[in-house]
Ligand binder design. Structure first.
Ligand code: NAD
Length: 500
């Protein structure tokens, strides 16, 4: 594996040669991809000041004109799709078709945001006073800080950036310390769009490199109007209150513990395909990965037999190679957390199949695992946690209310699904008494959402929404205005306040 040509084509060759800075290793074989200079705490105030100046300039452009920059960004992403997709695979280890899919998601959100730039509308509201008009207008917010996780190193930035830019904001992006190269590649691609656009401020997007300390610097700054943070619930627990303490806005996209309810009428073939993709895809390292399978007791044996056979035939190996479906886990620490979770599951009565390290037929130096299926006697403590690894806990149920109760009895609330051919069951699952998640699907697995809908979840997932629907409103401030075009000054609620 030679990363040289990819890095060179993306203008990142200097990081390959650098002798100091944050080392970046590929999870494929653990080799060094390059080194990236970290942003120091001393540099941060000037970066924030430049972002503020960029905002003051950018917000003056009409929104459809801002949309033109995002259209150009989408074009540049199309031109760089293959290279950037390969770099995503190199840096975070997901299989190439998922790396390319991630870049496609960036292109899709650019397209959506371009349209949205002509649709940043408010309401006109009936005023109770004669000769008055009431309306709401959406204005740009300011500097937006975007903190992202390693597992979607580029798409999550794009979900935020494309909308935030058309909404008139400037951006400071802190990528995961595990994936800084893809972020710098995106910065390069963005700068190409900026150069073609012409009259946009140079510092509209800045990237800061480092771990949580530099993230904390953004979180603490009163000059950042919005912090959009994607990552673990642990991180959100630190970020949310700190932003709230300074009355800033936050948009939190945190951990999930997503489930499937598999009912007596479920189409097993369809369900199997969905389980495989959502439990094993990205090596179980998606926020929407399937982690819990709640299966009707009448289908459990049949399903587990089929599932274990399917798991045994999954090709594990180099994610750049055709046909491989399961690449490496991000690092040794993630593998240790997986092993610890499996041990706890055993102690809590679970029967584990798989989960061990794979050493044959995989690149040396990477951490490759056999995905685990764990049959649990009940939804115990370990099942209620998000372990970011390919572990699928299987529990049985006898009636749907019990299944939905178990489904909702976890701290997280991101994505969910039911497999059923019974209309009543499907509608019940989607009703107020059904799934308590931000995403609820019927006969589709919990992962792989489209960008047209609002993406995010409830409870410890943080409550934020990104991407489609009206998620753009998170990047703007709302202003309600009333205009009096009469010659009188009637007061609302019939209040009289006259001198005579
Ligand atoms: P992580 O929480 O370790 O790190 C995420 C980002 O937050 C990194 O950039 C990190 O440097 C930064 N960070 C950590 N502590 C911080 C602090 N105190 N202040 C400011 N920044 C801080 O997460 P990870 O391991 O990179 O990613 C996996 C997690 O992300 C999983 O829990 C997954 O479910 C979640 N995730 C959620 C979504 C979603 O949309 N809901 C999407 C992708 C990943």
């Amino acid at each position: 594996m030679n990363p040289e040509p990819i890095l060179k084509a993306l203008g990142l060759e200097q990081h390959r040669q650098a002798s100091s800075g944050l080392p970046v290793h590929t999870p494929i074989d653990g080799s060094l991809l390059g080194r990236v200079e970290e942003t120091s705490a001393e540099e941060l105030p000037a970066i924030i000041d430049r972002a503020e100046l960029a905002f003051l300039q950018w917000r003056q452009l009409p929104a459809p004109r801002r949309g033109e920059l995002v259209r150009l960004l989408g074009e540049e992403l199309r031109n760089h799709k293959q290279l950037l997709g390969e770099l995503v695979t190199l840096e975070c280890g997901k299989i190439l078709s998922e790396g390319l899919g991630e870049v496609q998601e960036m292109i899709d959100i650019c397209d959506l945001a371009v349209g949205q730039s002509r649709q940043l509308f408010g309401l006109t509201i009936a005023s109770e006073r004669p000769g008055h008009r009431m309306a709401e207008t959406w204005h740009p917010l300011g500097v937006n800080g975007i903190i992202t996780a390693f597992n979607f190193p580029v798409a999550v930035w794009a979900w935020n950036a494309a909308l935030s830019l058309v909404c008139g904001n400037s951006l400071i992006w802190k990528p995961s310390e595990k994936t800084p190269l893809t972020a710098l590649a995106c910065l390069g691609i963005f700068r190409r769009a900026l150069a073609r656009f012409g009259d946009a401020p140079e510092d509209l997007l800045q990237v800061v490199i480092g771990g949580r300390e530099i993230g904390e610097g953004l979180v603490e700054s009163r000059k950042l109007a919005l912090i959009s943070a994607t990552g673990s619930t642990r991180m959100g627990r630190e970020v949310g209150p700190r932003v709230a303490a300074r009355f800033g806005k936050s948009l939190l996209e945190l951990g999930g513990n997503n489930a499937m309810i598999l009912t007596p009428s479920a189409d097993l073939k369809l369900a199997l395909r969905a389980i495989l993709f959502s439990a094993i895809g990205t090596c179980g390292q998606r926020c929407t990965s399937l982690r819990r399978l709640i299966v009707h007791q009448s289908r459990a044996d049949e399903l587990l037999q089929a599932l274990e056979a399917a798991y045994a035939s999954v090709p594990i190996g180099n994610p750049l190679e055709d046909g491989v479906l399961l690449g490496p886990i991000i690092d040794a620490a993630a593998f240790e957390r997986m092993q610890s979770a499996l041990q706890q599951a055993r102690e809590q009565g679970g029967e584990v199949v798989g989960g061990e390290q794979v050493r044959e037929g995989v690149p040396e130096g990477g951490v490759y695992v056999r995905p685990a299926i764990v049959r649990m006697p009940a939804q115990t403590e370990i099942v209620r946690e998000e372990t970011f690894a390919p572990i699928l806990y299987v529990m049985t149920y006898s009636d749907l209310d019990e299944a939905i109760g178990m489904h909702n009895d976890v701290p997280q609330g991101l994505s969910s699904c039911i497999f059923t051919n019974d209309l009543r069951e499907a509608e019940y699952f989607l009703s107020a008494r059904g799934s308590d998640c931000g995403i609820a699907n019927v006969n589709i697995g919990p992962s792989g959402a489209e960008i047209g809908g609002a993406f995010g979840g409830e409870k410890e997932t943080g409550g934020g929404r990104e991407s489609g629907s009206d998620a753009w409103k998170a990047y703007m401030r709302r202003q309600t205005s009333t205009v009096n075009y009469s010659t009188q000054l009637p007061l609302a609620q019939g209040v009289r306040f006259d001198l005579d």
